[in-house]
Design a protein around this ligand. Structure first.
Ligand code: TTP
Ligand code: MG
Ligand code: MG
Length: 416
């Protein structure tokens, strides 16, 4: 039995991860030309007015940084290797990185060419704790793309981003919820994304250099130094920020529809067809990492008479079983109206991101657990194939997954 049971609320999971590629453009060039390994490599314009876009870590030990004039970089490292940028190539690799992230984790929010936030709380059942998910992501990127990346994790997106920077290069750092303020305290205020030179100078006037010192000045002083961002930064500094991913729903509805050349006249046949459609819609939902609150059944007879009936679910779901139940119930209610069916459709509406209520997933009964499991299984099967999943052998990043006994069997996925 789970140790959490009966001990009050579960410990808060630092499930917001920030993954950022290390020296991205430069790492790509080194990967593609292994002769450059270990050398001070920069990507950027070589001309008189060129600037450094990316600097390899060997270049950084010489003090070379992004946005530095190339002439300065040359002075710091006479043996500097300058590679002209290949934008399209980096964008392609960026898409491959995001593909890997999306194949393991439901909620991914890309924020630049080489970084993304992830909400991994929904992926825990299959892949383990955030530390293990971070390791799995980094290992997969390393194995499939031969590139280094770093991950930070926290209960807050801002802290996760700070943590990934601390973990670089080629590392990971997950900050437990209770240790957030302690982790931040010694860091310079400039470590906070969005605190630029002006804000740094404003804080210095009050003797504030570290994030910990933010907690020691009155809120009026903080407001003068930071303006409208003051309350947000105060929350960050005391470890109470919980800002996660932006929850964007990509489609308002999704569904499937079919017209037959020969009308369906057999009620059992109609039931079978709409059942298959419900399964298909559930799979689409899971592929989109979405859950639906409403399922809609549409039927049309040869004379054009169309009925559309919807059913609201008691809990948002991506479970094929749930959707089937509801569309079949709608069919049973309406079947007497239409003797011959020319067209049938099943549609899921009122969609939400699957990971938007992760704690509920933890706490609800078996039906709730199904949702997590089905979603995670789909992703795992897509990525690793059924064989490795059933053996559990390649999922070494998630010890504990194989021996779980409270999860239902995955047989529903074996249906074609
Ligand atoms: P970053 O992630 O900021 O930097 P990085 O990946 O080079 O290094 P780090 O290990 O510190 O993350 O930026 C990603 C890419 O964006 C970088 O490789 C090149 C490009 N870039 C520029 O073109 N100009 C810039 O000023 C910066 C900061 C980045
Ligand atoms: Mg980077
Ligand atoms: Mg970046």
């Amino acid at each position: 039995m789970d140790a959490r049971t009966g001990t009050g609320s579960p410990p808060e999971v630092p499930g917001i991860l920030h993954l950022d590629m290390d020296a991205f453009f430069a790492s790509v060039e080194v990967r593609d030309d292994p002769g450059l390994r270990g050398l001070p490599v920069v990507v950027g314009g070589a001309g008189a007015r060129g600037v450094v876009a990316a600097a390899s870590y060997p270049a950084r030990t010489r003090g070379i940084r992004s946005a530095m004039p190339m002439a300065t970089a040359r002075r710091l490292a006479p043996d500097l290797v300058i590679v002209p940028p290949r934008g399209g190539h980096y964008r392609e690799i960026s898409a491959q990185v995001m593909e890997i992230l999306g194949s393991v984790v439901a909620e991914v929010e890309q924020i630049s060419v080489d970084e993304a936030f992830l909400d991994v709380r929904g992926a825990r059942r299959l892949f383990g704790e955030p530390e293990q998910i971070a390791a799995l992501l980094r290992r997969t990127i390393r194995e499939e793309l031969d590139l280094p990346s770093s991950v930070g994790g926290s209960v807050s997106r801002a802290v996760a981003k700070i943590a990934s920077a601390q973990a670089k290069p080629d590392g990971q750092l997950i900050v437990p919820a209770a240790r957030t303020a302690e982790f931040l305290a010694p860091l310079p205020v400039s470590a906070v994304s969005g605190i630029g030179p002006k804000a740094v100078a404003g804080l210095e006037r009050f003797g504030v250099h570290t994030i910990g010192q933010i907690r020691e000045i009155p809120s009026s002083a903080l407001a003068r130094a930071l303006g409208p961002r003051a309350p947000e930064i105060a929350h960050l500094a005391d470890g109470s920020d919980r800002t996660g991913l932006g929850h964007r729903v990509r489609d308002k509805s999704l569904g499937t529809e079919r017209t037959w050349d020969e009308d369906l006249t057999d009620a059992d046949e109609v039931r079978r067809r709409i059942t298959v459609m419900a399964d298909d819609v559930a799979r689409q939902l899971r592929r989109g990492e979405l859950v639906a609150r409403t399922v809609v059944l549409k039927l049309r007879s040869p004379d054009g008479t169309t009925i559309t009936r919807s059913s609201t679910l008691d809990q948002p779901t991506a479970s094929g079983e749930r959707l089937r139940e509801h569309v079949v119930a709608l069919w049973e209610r309406e079947r007497h109206r239409l003797r011959r069916i020319r067209l049938a459709g099943v549609r899921a509406t009122h969609l939400e991101p699957e990971a938007s209520t992760p704690y509920q997933h933890e706490l609800t009964a078996r039906s709730g657990q199904w949702r997590d499991l089905e979603a995670a299984m789909d992703r795992a099967v897509d990525r690793f194939g059924t064989t490795s999943l059933s053996r559990g052998s390649t999922l070494s990043g998630a010890p504990g997954t194989a021996q779980r006994t409270d999860a239902p069997s995955p047989s529903e996925h074996d249906r074609p």
